[in-house]
Design a protein around this ligand. Structure first.
Ligand code: BGC
Length: 800
């Protein structure tokens, strides 16, 4: 495949040509590929290009974000959404769609949790696999991301995730394994961060051993935008394409490495062949059917209705009958928060607000009041107006949520509260009207100390462009809610297993909690939660009976015991009953969605996946199943599992015992893990986290705060000032956030050849206070780079 290509041509294929395109080789009939975000709608930019969702993109349907879609617990629905995404991508001649995102929600503070599926790897993997199958059925390559252990936004391009292999494999890699083996994505995006000291895009363990050798992936590994560190190391480790445009400096580095024997030409060939394969499999531009925009809007509405989670419904205040007199309160009813900020932001084909569509709902709106300022600024006038509106209405519908700055790419959340302006409004409204129904717009979870003041709560997540109509469908019973939480709602932030450690603020992000992520922690450590993983109410009720199980599957009968048609998600968990190595009390092993008429029963068989009984054995360095008795549990959610049957499992090894140093992990006592215990889990000393000494090319620009050069400290202050000013306005400045978290080397990787690696070294010298030698180096390197770029460009065109 690569026989006729020169070294330089092969090297050029491994680095982007523009923000969104790969290099073409016209002499060989190889065209450029177009890559575009994103995970819940296509973001194709034809004008100004950026990877942060800032400049305009072509209109596309904005579906609910992954956090919402996850609540449907329905891989088939995800596949249907994927087909629509694929069709829109194809219609816009996009070859690679950069999604889905499936990083595990390690902490509810994760700034991009709205883009991710779940805290559980099985659910995350299954939903993402559905999306990938759908996208690729349209002839567009999917790009699951970000592989792997990319759990925080702070210092996202420079942070080193320190995580033991067992946790890495059981929690953070499993979802990717499911996607790769079940849906065969043609590409995968490596994460920005390092994993155990190695950049994800150049990690032979992640990219060659696990991804390619164990899972059989044969596609292209694409770096996150600016995430490539050493292009030569990447090519050797299995990293295919660095994006966006690093310029021809990278191509020259690859050529030199082959010539000097530092990179095997076979590796370069293999990576170039992966790009050529993508080009060969891409569909012919201009051949896709036009998109039926109205049909996709309708699909977005149907999906949003399926993703809403009914969390509370006292006295069956919902569904609201036609003619109910409702006061509509809350800024989110007028200006929906329907997606999150950053690279996933879609320019929707249409956008409905509750005020736009409530006229079609059958409800009688008595008044609308904004109630609060979105950014939390206290406003007694708005509150008084809302309280007055609530008086006399049958029901006060409160549209509350997180504002744009509360959760965003590039920014982790600082707390889990709604603004006081909203919760105080809620209490004030409840004092004059007992029928308060809260509809939440948020890409993640919030603390709910105010729950007692409500009759009902619907969590709508970020419901996409047609979310408003869907939420009204749920409130009125046109759609019977069937969403189930794909993450736990903790009582308070301090209860979460990572409360003390998230986010890692210096060099490392230490995954001290080990396996105890989300419900694995709460159920094992017996920590009460507000709403458990898998929870969600319906306007009907379900009962479970007749559970039988083998090591391969569980069979259970579900009956709709209520008065209306509805859907349930039967959830099956596994607990080991006999002694062995530490493991969470219960883990999700399978699930099935069933739709039932009143009184109807269905017997469903849930396959128990590979992961049900296994654990990663650190002694043999392999997946093992301990011989013993396991309980297979079935029911409505992780804390409501009325049925249980024992299953004797032969396994692959005798029950093992933990290293006594891991005793804390057997108790899930993981909130404050001392170094010695974490070192025992890691099997090596805990690497230093604090930074010292001069700045390096891999330090984030944010570290200029403490740089030797006054110029650099001033540059930091300007950036920080711009960030804070945007924060105050309630709208994140994504550019500034990106820069603060970006390492110096990315200046070279993102400027299309204008800045070479050599120039970056000079810049870092300046930052470290060596102004004259640094500036001299930058200037010299600038001219060398410019003439080298011209030479390489000529050579690539074939007129050298
Ligand atoms: C994000 C990716 C995205 C890429 C391109 C990066 O900043 O992390 O998720 O696909 O930009 O926009």
């Amino acid at each position: 495949m690569t026989e006729n290509l020169t070294l330089l041509e092969k090297a050029a294929l491994l680095t982007g040509k523009t923000v969104w395109e790969t290099h073409d080789l016209p002499r060989h009939g190889v065209r450029s590929l177009w890559l575009a975000d994103g995970p819940h709608g296509v973001r194709k930019q034809l004008g100004a290009a950026d990877h942060l969702g800032i400049a305009a993109s072509q209109p596309a349907t904005c579906f609910p974000t992954a956090a919402g879609l996850a609540s449907a617990w329905d891989p088939e629905l995800a596949e249907e959404v994927g087909r629509a995404l694929g069709a829109e991508a194809a219609a816009q001649d996009v070859d690679v769609l950069l999604g889905p995102g499936l990083n595990i929600k390690r902490s509810p503070l994760g700034g991009r949790n709205f883009e991710y599926v779940s805290e559980d790897p099985l659910l995350a993997g299954k939903v993402a696999a559905g999306l990938v199958r759908g996208i690729q059925s349209a002839g567009v390559a999917a790009c699951p991301k970000h592989y792997a252990a990319n759990s925080q936004e702070l210092r996202r391009m420079a942070s080193d995730s320190v995580v033991d292999e067992r946790t890495l494999r059981e929690i953070y890699l499993t979802a990717f394994g499911i996607v790769v083996t079940e849906a065969q994505p043609r590409t995968i995006m490596s994460a920005y961060n390092l994993v155990n000291g190695v950049y994800a895009h150049e990690d032979p363990f992640l990219l060659t051993q696990v991804l390619r050798e164990e899972w059989g992936f044969d596609g292209a590994v694409i770096s996150d935008w600016g995430g490539s560190n050493d292009v030569v190391a990447a090519a050797a480790a299995g990293g295919t394409l660095e994006m966006p445009a690093a310029g021809l400096d990278s191509a020259r580095q690859l050529v030199a490495a082959v010539r000097e024997g530092r990179l095997a030409e076979a590796d370069l060939d293999a990576r170039a062949a992966e790009v050529l394969q993508l080009v060969r499999e891409a569909r012919e531009p201009g051949t896709a059917a036009a998109v039926d925009v109205e049909a996709h809007h309708a699909l977005a509405r149907r999906v949003a209705a399926r993703t809403a989670v009914l969390l509370r419904n006292e006295e069956s205040v919902l569904p609201l009958a036609a003619g109910t007199r409702v006061a509509v309160i809350g800024d989110f009813a007028r200006t929906p928060r329907y997606q999150g900020a950053g690279s996933s932001a879609v320019n929707p084909t249409r956008l409905d607000s509750v005020l736009d569509v409530i006229g079609e709902s059958g409800l009688e709106m008595t008044a609308f009041a904004a109630g609060f300022q979105r950014n939390g600024t206290p406003d007694a006038g708005l509150r008084a107006e809302a309280v007055a509106a609530a008086q006399g209405a049958d029901v006060a519908l409160l549209f509350l949520g997180l504002d744009e700055i509360a959760e965003s790419e590039g920014l982790d959340r600082e707390h889990l509260r709604l603004h006081a302006a909203q919760t105080e409004l809620l209490e004030a409204v409840a004092a004059v009207n007992p029928n308060v129904v809260v509809v939440l717009s948020a890409g993640g979870v919030v603390e709910m100390p105010w729950l007692g003041a409500t009759k009902a709560v619907v969590h709508g997540y970020l419901a996409g462009q047609a979310g408003a109509g869907a939420l009204l469908d749920v409130l009125t019973g046109v759609a019977n809610p069937a969403g189930r939480l794909a993450e736990t709602v903790p009582v308070r932030l301090s209860d979460t297993p990572t409360a003390e450690t998230f986010p890692g603020r210096q060099r490392t992000a230490e995954y001290r909690e080990g396996l105890y992520v989300g419900y694995r922690y709460y159920t094992t450590a017996d920590v009460p939660v507000t709403f458990p993983f898998g929870f969600g109410l319906s306007y009907t009720t379900f009962a479970y009976a007749d559970l039988t199980a083998t090591a391969d599957s569980a069979t259970v009968t579900v009956t709709n015991t209520g008065a209306v048609r509805g859907a349930d998600v039967v959830q099956v968990y596994v607990r080991r009953e006999t002694p062995g190595v530490h493991r969470p009390d219960r883990t999700l092993a399978g699930f099935a969605r069933v739709e039932l008429e009143p009184g109807e029963s269905a017997t469903v068989t849930v396959p128990l996946g590979d992961a049900a009984f296994r654990h990663w054995d650190t002694v043999t360095g392999a997946w093992q199943v301990e011989q013993g008795t396991y309980a297979v549990l079935a029911g409505a959610h992780v804390d409501d599992l009325p049925l249980s049957v024992p299953v004797a499992v032969t396994g692959t090894m005798a029950p093992a015992t933990d290293d006594p140093a891991l005793a804390r992990y057997a108790r899930a006592d993981v909130r404050r893990v001392p170094d010695a215990d974490f070192a025992a889990l890691l099997g090596r000393p805990v690497p230093p986290s604090s930074w010292s000494g001069p700045l390096g090319v891999n330090d984030a620009l944010g570290r200029m705060q403490t740089a030797r050069s006054p110029l650099a400290r001033l540059a930091y202050r300007v950036l920080a000032w711009q960030r804070d000013r945007a924060d105050k306005k309630g709208k994140p400045d994504l550019n500034i956030l990106f820069l603060l978290n970006m390492p110096f080397r990315a200046i070279g990787k993102m400027t299309n050849g204008m800045v070479s690696t050599e120039m970056v070294d000079g810049i870092v010298r300046i930052v470290n206070g060596r102004f004259f030698s640094g500036a001299g180096a930058v200037v010299g390197a600038f001219f060398r780079n410019r003439s080298a770029n011209r030479r390489t460009a000529r050579e690539l065109r074939g007129d050298a």
